[in-house]
Write a protein that binds this ligand. Structure first.
Ligand code: EPU
Length: 426
C-alpha cells in the first residue's frame, strides 16, 4: 500500500491524442452490484467488472462477510457465492471505500442485523448517510449509532417490511442501498425522489435477474415488491459513462480525435451536449462515441452540475480543464458536493486562470497550460490533472495517483494507446 501511495504519474504533454479506447464497466454500477450479492447465497456471475482498487476492496469486504469470491482481472469476470456468515463491515474497509455503506441495506435485509462502520467525511465534503438510515428505519429497522458503527436490526421477526420512503434529497447510493434492502422485505416499498442515474437502473436489472421485483428504476419513483428469497444470476456491468467522458475530454483538450468504444451513449447526453457546445465534433455510432477536435478552437461553456440526467458532478473537474483552455470566460458551478474544487489550486499552478467564488469557478481561458508538479485530492480531481498534463506544454508530475487507481482501469495503457506520454514513477 505504501508503494502505491507514493506512485506518481509523469506526463509529457502537448501531443494530440488520436485513436480508440475501450471503455470498462462502470465502477459505480459494479460496486452496488457486488454488494447486492449479499442478498443471495447462490452463485452470481458478473461480467465487465473493472479491475480497480475499489472493486478489490469490495471483494475483501464480501470475503470478510463470509462470501467466496473469484475474479479474473483479464476477462473482467467475477464469481461470488455462498451465504454471509458475519454481519460486520469494519472501519478498516469502510474508511478506504465509502461505498461500503451499501452493505448495510442488503445485510440487514438478508441477515436481520448489520454493523457497518460510519463513513467519515472525505476530500469532496461531509457526505452524510442520514438518508440511508432514515429509509431503513421506515422499513422497520431499529438503528443505533454505537462506537462509530451503524448497528441495524430488523425488528419484525428478523425481517424488514415495506415502506413509503420519500428521499429528502436525491442520493445515488442511498437509493441503491434502500432498493437492495427492499428486495427481501415483507411487502411493497415505494422510493420517491429516487436517483435516476444509469447505475441505479443497472443494479435494478441485476436484482431482477436474481428474482427481485423492482419496477421504475431510472425514474423518480421505484416500487419494490419484496420476495422471500433471491437466487443466482449472470449479469454484465453497464459501461462507465464517466470514464468515457474523461477520455473524450482528454481528446478535446489535446486537440485530437478520440473514439470511445463499448459505451452506452444515451447515458452521456448532458456531457455530449456540453462537448458539442465546446465546439467538438461529436459523432455517435452504435456503442462508439467520437470527439474530433482537430483544427478546432475550444469554446467556453457554462456548466452547472445536477443529479442525472443533468451534468454529472463526476465530470465537473474534467470539463473545467476545457474551460481553462477555451477562448473566453465561462463558469462551472458545483451543486452536489460542497468541497469539490481541490483541483482548482493545482490547475492554477499549471497556468490556468481560475477563481473560486462560492460554489462556482470562474474560468478565463488561456492558450496554453504549463507542466508542473501537482497533487491529486480525489478520483475525479486526479482525472482533471492527468487531462491538464496531457494538454500542457512540458512535463507534469501528478502525485497521489492511488486516487486514480480507484476508478480508472489500466489508465496508462489506455492513454498510451491514444498516443499520450504517461509513465508511473515511484
Ligand atoms: N447526502 C445527504 N445524506 C445522505 C446521502 C447523501 O445529505 O444520506 C447528500 C450528499 O452529501 C450530497 C448529495 O446528497 O450532497 C448527493 O450525494 P449522493 O448520495 O448521491 O452521493 P453518493 O451516493 O455518496 C455517488 C457516487 C459518487 C457521485 C455521486 C453523485 C458511488 C459509489 N458514488 O455517491 O461518485 O459523485 O453519487 O453522483 O456511486 C466518484 O465516482 O468519483 C464519486 C464520488
Amino acid at each position: 500500500m505504501t508503494g502505491l501511495k507514493t506512485a506518481k504519474f509523469k506526463i509529457v504533454g502537448g501531443k494530440a491524442l488520436d485513436g480508440e479506447v475501450v471503455i470498462s464497466g462502470a465502477k459505480n454500477a459494479a460496486l452496488p452490484i457486488l454488494l447486492s450479492t449479499i442478498l443471495t447465497d447462490e452463485k452470481v456471475c458478473l461480467k465487465n467488472v473493472p479491475d480497480l482498487a475499489d472493486v478489490k476492496t469490495s471483494f475483501k469486504l464480501l470475503q470478510d462477510l463470509g462470501k467466496k469470491c473469484s475474479f479474473e482481472a483479464e476477462t473482467g469476470v467475477a464469481v461470488i457465492e455462498g451465504g454471509v456468515t458475519s454481519h460486520v463491515a469494519s472501519y478498516e474497509l469502510v474508511k478506504t471505500m465509502r461505498a461500503s455503506i451499501m452493505a448495510l441495506g442488503p445485510l440487514v435485509a438478508y441477515a436481520g442485523s448489520a454493523e457497518v462502520s460510519l463513513p467519515g467525511g472525505c476530500a469532496i465534503g461531509a457526505r452524510p448517510v442520514d438518508l440511508h438510515i432514515k429509509g431503513l428505519k421506515e422499513m422497520g429497522a431499529q438503528i443505533n449509532l454505537d462506537d462509530g458503527y451503524i448497528k441495524a436490526n430488523a425488528i419484525g421477526a428478523g425481517r424488514l417490511h415495506g415502506g413509503h420512503i420519500i428521499m429528502d434529497k436525491v442520493s445515488v447510493t442511498g437509493t441503491e442501498n434502500l432498493m437492495m434492502a427492499a428486495c427481501l422485505a415483507d411487502g411493497t416499498t415505494v422510493i420517491d425522489n429516487a436517483a435516476l442515474e444509469p447505475e441505479v437502473e443497472d443494479l435494478a436489472k441485476c436484482l431482477n435477474k436474481m428474482g427481485a421485483n423492482v419496477k421504475g428504476a431510472g425514474t423518480s419513483r421505484i416500487e419494490i415488491e419484496g420476495v422471500e428469497k433471491l437466487h443466482g444470476c449472470d449479469h454484465s456491468v453497464v459501461a462507465d459513462r464517466i470514464e468515457a467522458g474523461t477520455y473524450l475530454i482528454a481528446g478535446i483538450a489535446t486537440g485530437g480525435i478520440v473514439t470511445c468504444c463499448n459505451t452506452l451513449p444515451s447515458t452521456l447526453d448532458a456531457v455530449l451536449q456540453k462537448l458539442r457546445e465546446a465546439n467538438a465534433l461529436i459523432t455517435v455510432d452504435g456503442t462508439s462515441i467520437t470527439a474530433d477536435m482537430r483544427n478546432r478552437q475550444i469554446k467556453p461553456v457554462t456548466v452547472v452540475t445536477a443529479p442525472h440526467p443533468g451534468f454529472p458532478t463526476d465530470m465537473q473537474a474534467q470539463i473545467t480543464v476545457l474551460n481553462a483552455l477555451a477562448s473566453g470566460v465561462s463558469s462551472v458551478t458545483e451543486t452536489i458536493f460542497e468541497n469539490r474544487f481541490m483541483h482548482i489550486a493545482e490547475l492554477i499552478r499549471m497556468g490556468a486562470k481560475l477563481e473560486i467564488k462560492g460554489n462556482t469557478v470562474i474560468c478565463e481561458g488561456v492558450t496554453r497550460l504549463k507542466g508542473a508538479q501537482v497533487m491529486s485530492s480525489d478520483l475525479r480531481a486526479s482525472a482533471s490533472l492527468v487531462i491538464a498534463g496531457l494538454a500542457a506544454e512540458g512535463t507534469t508530475i501528478v502525485d497521489r495517483i492511488y486516487h486514480m487507481d480507484r476508478g480508472y482501469e489500466h489508465i496508462e495503457k489506455k492513454v498510451r494507446g491514444l498516443g499520450g506520454e504517461i509513465e508511473r514513477i515511484y
